[in-house]
Design a protein around this ligand. Structure first.
Ligand code: EPZ
Length: 423
């Protein structure tokens, strides 16, 4: 399996161009199941999770092309309404096909996604919502069979603003006649992008003055063309890598307001930023990194997906900071790996306590999940010596052309596979 070799100690310099958002592209690709007409999607990042989603669309019966970040999806006969475990186990978000398939065929037979490294990841909120819409959900042998004689509009209050459940229920309600109201929904920017695409397809969705999603179902949806929004987690990841290496980097082609709280926190930690309309310039800063604790929360709170990169930055702070991971129950796997690189971190339940050190030192480390993997790459960029990061396939899920983008910023990073590379 591929690994990264990173020679640390270089300040990142220059401009990095942000790709389309993984967490918007995935649900938008799934939303094409709601129509038989052709959809064209631009700025679709070339990531492992995107390729998995395209495989799912093909398995279900769609004809798909993918070239230069442009995806076309069109009908190719009758759609299936079941998914094999092989595909769902590779990517939990595969479960989001349930909503469109239930809406169109009144039945979906999908493997339960199961947990992953960062948590148990249940789907109870999804299933409860489908039941409110008139479906029966039967869990059997690891699959959930969702079927409905008739689907009816409903008012659904989510017990937690789950991103996936909001996406799933939103897509299902688009084709249910009448008015469905979703309350206590996720407000992540990726949801807005999915809504924009669905409304281009002829859906009728808006947010009312109480922040509830109002979906007036329509008979059918037509094809549409859409450009995926910039990836706010990639944006934050590169800004944090620039800061941690004391570099001078412009993060271009992003939507700065999607990371408002991160810019506040970076400035409070001592960094100076120029925030433009579609770029953020992180200025070189050699002063003390002030310790700043964060608590992750649903948007617009501090993004749980940036908790790990933030922790790496705090390993170099001048004091002690606490990170409280309130969204997922097991999202500190990067902490012991950072400790192997000389960081001082202790964790207890949802809180990690980081006491800054002068310097990190290179080590051989393993990533266990996507964002924790990026945090280890960041640490390797800062550490003296050559860091080896294993299980790069986690990182490939969410960072398009990572080594090219970092190399263009002056980093020394290369991918190699010990099983293949002899010399
Ligand atoms: C989405 O996952 C993202 N994935 C995650 O990004 C992101 O971390 C997460 O939202 C939170 O922002 C995609 O968009 C593809 P949730 P999702 O449902 O939808 C609990 C990355 O790194 N929960 O908002 O699975 C759940 O266990 C990935 O790009 C229930 O209890 O997140 C978790 O503790 C990682 N029951 C919390 O809610 C449910 O039915 C948030 O989960 C659903 C969720």
């Amino acid at each position: 399996m591929d690994r990264f070799l990173i020679k640390g100690g270089k300040k990142l310099q220059g401009t990095v161009h942000i790709s389309g958002s993984k967490n918007a592209a995935l649900p938008i690709l799934v939303a094409t199941l709601l129509t038989d007409e052709k959809c064209v999607l631009h700025r679709v990042p070339n990531l492992r999770d995107v390729r998995t989603t395209l495989k799912i669309l093909q398995y279900l019966g769609k004809q798909v092309t993918y070239q230069n970040n442009v995806v076309t999806v069109e009908a190719n006969g009758q759609l299936k309404n079941d998914l094999p475990y092989e595909l769902v186990k590779q990517m939990r978000a595969s479960f989001w096909v349930a909503g469109p398939l239930l809406a169109r065929f009144k039945q979906a037979d999908i493997p339960l996604p199961g947990g992953c490294a960062i948590g148990v990841r249940p789907v109870d909120i999804h299933l409860k919502g489908f039941e409110k819409l008139g479906a029966q959900c039967e869990v059997k042998a690891g699959n959930v069979l969702i079927h409905a004689d008739k689907l009816s509009p409903a008012k659904i209050v989510l017990r937690f603003p789950s991103v996936g459940a909001t996406q799933n229920l939103l897509m299902c309600a688009c084709l249910i006649g009448g008015e469905t109201i979703l309350e206590n929904v996720a407000k992540e920017p990726e949801i807005d992008d999915v809504i924009a695409f669905l409304n281009k397809m002829g859906a009728d969705i808006h947010t009312d003055d109480k922040g509830r999603l109002i979906i007036r179902g329509v008979k059918a949806l037509h094809g549409a063309e859409h450009t995926v929004v910039a990836d706010r987690i990639e944006t934050g990841s590169y800004a944090l890598a620039a800061a941690a290496t004391r570099g001078d980097v412009t993060v271009a082609g992003c939507v700065p307001e999607h990371n408002a709280i991160l810019w506040e926190d970076l400035q409070e930690a001592g960094f100076s930023l120029d925030i433009g309309t579609d770029f953020v310039h992180v200025h070189a800063y050699d002063g003390e990194i002030k310790p700043l604790g964060v608590r992750t929360a649903p948007y617009p709170g501090f993004a749980t997906d940036l908790q790990a990169p933030w922790m790496t930055l705090m390993t170099l702070c001048n004091g002690t900071a606490e990170v409280d991971e309130s969204v997922f129950e097991n999202r500190f796997m990067h902490a012991p790996e950072l400790v192997r690189m000389g960081a001082r971190i202790s964790t207890e339940k949802s809180v990690a306590r980081i006491t800054g050190v002068e310097k990190l030192s290179a080590a051989h480390v393993q990533s266990s999940d996507l964002r924790g993997g990026f945090a280890l790459v960041m640490a390797g960029l800062c550490a003296d010596g050559e860091t080896e990061v294993e299980r790069v396939y986690h990182i490939d899920r969410g960072y398009e052309k990572l080594e090219e983008k970092l190399t263009a910023l002056g980093a020394t990073i290369r991918r190699y596979n010990p099983d293949k590379d002899e010399f």
